[in-house]
Design a protein around this ligand. Structure first.
Ligand code: THG
Length: 282
């Protein structure tokens, strides 16, 4: 299955056959005080710098999250989208819990964006599916619903199926629904990663959809996060994750190594390309 996203000029194909597409996570105020302070001043230099850095580090798509206390994201998210599209050609993933901010951003975007995110709650489906349809956007469907988050992979699969069916009924192509199997901190729940991996395998074999996840979520609260993130990323990609939201600078090597090991990188071209970049920076 293929999901196509577009920036102002560049098209990105996310395919269940690989190779893996990296959605850069760094435009996110979590642990980035400077992003909050510069955005509060209406200064977009730092957000553009974060975009440039991630693109240099092999991000294919940029997640854009400008949620911080007191923000008027209906105004700020479209402004940031415009600034990014004025400077870069890659597709954007609009990361906000506010459907009005997402719609305002879609209104100004010149590309085909990814909405981050819809979930199985009635309120979410009703607010966002018509918006995705109207603007021709793809969506990320989080496998949680009005009963909250389940730890049973079969139930997560059922929620994924429900989101896909509802999207298709609304006129959204099935391929434009990317499922998020939910990656959560392993420090808080020792079984968390195994539940996620079980869900990925089920969705991959039964539904065959593209899948994303917040790859760095699993290591919250633990030291040396890169080791944890890299090992989980490899397992998750082998199980069927095709477009993780991750830190490009810290994860591109692990992603490309995994694609090579899985036989999706002829002559190791993409692996060597990333390795040369790494060498240049040391
Ligand atoms: N699913 C979907 N969207 C999401 C998430 C998800 N968006 C937000 C979040 N989860 C994914 N984004 C981040 C962004 C930053 C970090 C974690 C998740 C983070 N970053 C560390 C930092 O910047 O210091 C670096 C992590 C690292 O060492 O690689 O913690 O689950 N659909």
């Amino acid at each position: 299955m293929e999901t196509i996203l577009r920036g102002t000029t560049r098209e990105v194909v996310i395919s269940t056959a690989g190779p893996v597409v990296i959605i850069g996570e760094c435009i996110n105020p979590t642990r980035r005080k400077k992003l909050v302070s510069t955005l509060r001043e209406g200064n977009f230099e730092y957000v553009l710098e974060l975009a440039r850095e991630q693109i240099d580090d092999f991000a294919d798509v940029l997640d854009v999250n400008v949620g911080f206390p007191g923000v008027e994201d209906e105004k700020l998210l479209p402004e940031v989208v415009k600034a990014l599209e004025d400077n870069f050609d890659i597709p954007l993933c609009l990361d906000s819990p506010n459907p009005k901010a997402i719609e305002a951003a879609l209104k100004v975007s010149k590309g085909k964006c990814l909405i981050n995110s819809v979930n199985g709650e009635e309120r979410s489906l009703r607010a966002l599916l018509p918006v995705a349809k109207e603007y021709g956007a793809a969506i990320i469907g989080l496998v949680m619903d009005d009963d909250g988050i389940t730890h049973d992979p079969e139930k997560r699969l059922a929620i994924a199926g429900k989101i896909i069916n509802r999207a298709v009924a609304e006129g959204i192509p099935a391929a434009d629904v990317i499922i998020d199997p939910l990656a959560m901190a392993v420090s808080a729940d020792p079984g968390a990663c195994m539940v996620t991996l079980g869900t990925i395998k089920l969705i991959s074999s039964r539904l065959g959809h593209n899948m994303t996840m917040g790859a760095s979520n699993i290591s919250f609260g633990l030291p040396e996060r890169e080791y944890l993130n890299s090992s989980f990323l490899a397992l998750a990609i082998a199980a069927g994750i095709t477009c993780p939201i991750a830190h490009p600078g810290k994860s591109a090597m692990a992603v490309r190594a995994t694609d090579l090991v899985l036989g999706r990188d002829d002559y190791a071209i993409r692996y060597i390309e990333a390795a040369q970049k790494l060498k240049k920076n040391t």
